[in-house]
Design a protein around this ligand. Sequence first.
Ligand code: DGL
Length: 262
Amino acid sequence: MSQPIAVIDSGVGGLTVVQEIIRQIPREEIVYFGDTARCPYGPRSREEVRNFSLQLIHFLEQFNPKMLVIACNTATAVILEELRESYSIPVIGVIHPGVRAAIKVTLSGRIGVIGTIGTIQSSLYEEALKQVHPGLYITSLACPAFVPLVEQGKLDHEEAFDIVCEALKPLEKENIDTLILGCTHYPLLAPIIQDVMGDVKLISSADETAREVSTILFHKNQLSKDFCRPVHRFFASGKKEVFQKIAEEWLRIPIKVEHVEF
Ligand code: DGL
């Protein structure tokens, strides 16, 4: 009986991680939960983020996953350590992979981090970056307007450009060479963010997270041995249609979305 990789996020953001998992280890089956009805998690209390995340994880437990990926920075900041202590399967977050990716590419040591209010207030990026390299200059900025744009599928509208431009203004004088997209929704806005930031290198943790997933499964001898294409399952607590449209555009595969109400 094959065991899937379980992935959770507050909405469509975790699909950026799913896309990389499918690209790097295409034979792995994925079960995904996007809590679109209660998105965004960013401005919520830690207790709410914890309770909602646990609800999604408990739902996905019925599929007997071999690994759990918290593809949400806000939830990673709140619940990763607790999950690692209570689960026997590996639990992966997205913050440390993003930190590793940024440290690999920065040349000046001046790094920006953008994320939700919850992630930025947790200071976890700053702490993790400084732990690896105390001499880094880090500047952090919460961008609460970005997630609603992504969830509404407004990815190339003029309105999106104006909102991104305005939100990123505080970074103009920071002279950073690397910007961590510290929210899994933000890679969907990457073309606009790149336009606004010019020469700065954008870091999405998706690539590095997927690499961590495949490395761990390899070492545990748990990579899928099936040769047929896996059938992934996607669950959303909000409207199926919007989720499906964004997911199919982003993943470039037809998918079926199942609605689950809490
Ligand atoms: N995509 C999530 C993150 O990485 C959550 C965004 C939100 O719901 O506010 O933080």
